[in-house]
Design a protein around this ligand. Structure first.
Ligand code: C2O
Ligand code: CU
Length: 495
């Protein structure tokens, strides 16, 4: 009798299901939206790595602990009454940049140039750098890449400070350890770093200082407006040096991708990686050294009669008569897992109190309301990512795996990590310390560190567009909090 009912009912069901789907998708979309202002303390979910959770009184605002409490990381500074051993003044500007051989582009300078000045100091020095933002509208900061500074000096907008507005200044103070480092903005870092807001920091060893017999050179790799440069110069720069002289080239990769570096004309030793000496580095020939994004490698060689050439794709540095001659890139790369010889470690990795998983993947979903194939950490798209909780003094391990289809240069602020193994193969060479680790697709690294520098520390991909796409989280010390916020009146945007 009632003929319409059987058709009407499915229609109603379809309509209801569609409504549920729309509401559900809407809610999903809405929940992926990042608020205009939020605290990194509210981001993600706490991951204790199998160790003890936070004590109840220590609120982690977004993790059900009530309002954030704990020691404000802004208090984590070096001895405030100690007089600085070295002081620098830097002025940051937005500028139309003209570099030889590079099409003019709208970028940034420090004291009128990019790269900014190379800052030098001696191990143990208290370094003080006062930076003034002349006119960069979106603000800027300086992060000391690879220097294990006290947290309030880390230069991350919205996490350890507010972005420095035009006309304002900020003074960084930190004690340095010997090695090769660099500094760069960590406010809208992707355009500011690619646009030139960076420079080198070189710290000589305390005992005897820099060896006057060694020719010391910085090689800042950077691609400006599509042109590969070393220290702002494309092509080959000849630096001279008499045959027989030892030269130390501090290669710093400021680009987003790994840079194979090779030496034509003689053997080389990789004497330091990421600001830490390699123990008994042997001579290397016919291999390139892969310097990951953000990473450093110090190459040492004796200038032969015919000169020697340090090369990257598109640019090179020549030493000795004529600056040597070019050679094609070697096919094989040096494996730091087995380079140099072992020596005593300052801690026992087997005593780790926690083991964290940092699994990098990629999947379709919503990032801040935008549909795309986004990076994931342990399956979640930012901000649905783990925040790694540690207690001061602990030894902790990370298992970093990459199943995302691309290489990621993973950078942890404030700490050096010791590489234990790669794909289950133990490290057998010199202790291999990194602050920036090249994690290729399909590879698993196990690393360990000592949690000896309290605060809230970024742990992100240094291919900065990837970080801006959510490949970013934090190492968080129990009992510490930050009052700085992402967004807010200072428009803090660290990536
Ligand atoms: Cu080179 Cu988060 O930094
Ligand atoms: Cu990446």
């Amino acid at each position: 009798m009632n003929r319409s009912a059987p058709t009407r009912r499915p229609r109603r069901i379809v309509a209801a299901a569609a409504a549920v789907l729309v509401v559900g998708l809407g809610a999903y979309w809405w929940s992926s939206r990042l608020p205009a202002t939020y605290s990194m303390m509210d981001m993600g979910h706490l991951d204790t790595g199998g160790g003890p959770g936070p004590v109840a009184a220590m609120g982690h605002a977004g993790h059900g602990g009530g309002p954030a409490s704990g020691i404000d990381i802004a208090t984590l500074v070096p001895d405030p009454v100690r007089v600085a051993d070295v002081h620098y003044d830097l002025v940051a500007r937005a500028a139309r940049v003209q570099l030889p051989g590079v099409p003019p582009f709208d970028g940034f300078t420090l004291n009128g140039s990019t790269p900014g000045p190379t800052l030098t100091a001696t191990a143990g020095d208290l370094v003080e750098v006062r930076v003034t933002n002349a006119d960069i509208a979106e603000g800027m900061t300086l992060h000391w890449h690879g220097v294990d500074v006290p947290n309030a000096m880390d230069g991350v907008a919205g996490v350890t400070q507010d972005a420095v507005a035009p006309g304002e200044s900020f003074t960084y103070r930190f004690v340095v350890q010997a090695g090769t480092y660099w500094y760069h903005s960590h406010q809208v870092a992707h355009p500011q770093v690619s646009g030139g807001l960076f420079g080198a920091l070189v710290v000589a060893p305390a005992l005897g200082g820099a060896d006057p017999g060694v020719l010391d050179a910085v090689a800042l790799l950077h691609t400006y407006a599509g042109v590969r440069t070393i220290d702002g110069l494309p092509g080959t720069a000849v630096r001279g040096g008499a045959p027989g002289t030892t030269v130390r080239v501090r290669v710093i990769n400021t680009d987003p991708n790994p840079a194979p570096v090779w030496v034509a004309g003689g053997p080389v030793r990789v004497v330091a990686v990421d600001g830490r000496d390699v123990h008994e580095p042997g001579e290397v020939s016919g291999r390139s050294v892969v310097v990951t994004a953000g990473g450093r490698a110090d190459l040492e060689m004796v200038i032969p009669e015919a000169g020697v050439r340090v090369q990257v794709a598109g640019a090179s540095l020549g030493f000795g008569p004529g600056g040597g001659t070019e050679a094609p890139a070697p096919r094989a790369a040096l494996d730091l897992l087995h380079y140099g010889t072992p020596t005593a470690l300052p801690f026992d990795p087997a005593s780790a109190a926690r083991t964290f998983e940092y699994r990098i993947g990629r999947r379709y979903g919503l990032l801040d309301g935008r549909l795309g194939a986004w990076w994931t950490i342990n399956g979640g798209i930012f901000p649905d990512v783990p925040v790694y909780l540690v207690r001061a003094g602990e030894v902790v391990k990370f298992r970093i795996t990459n199943d995302s289809g691309e290489v990621h240069p993973m950078h942890l602020h404030g700490h050096h990590m010791l590489v234990l193994s790669r794909d289950g193969e133990p490290a057998t060479g010199s202790p291999w310390w990194v602050d920036s680790l090249n994690v290729e697709h399909g590879v698993t690294f196990e690393v360990a560190l000592v949690a000896d520098n309290p605060g809230v520390w970024m742990d992100h991909c240094h291919n900065l567009p990837h970080a801006a796409q959510g490949l970013m989280t934090h190492l968080m010390y129990e009992g510490y909090t930050t009052h700085f916020v992402i967004g807010g009146p200072h428009a803090n945007h660290p990536e």
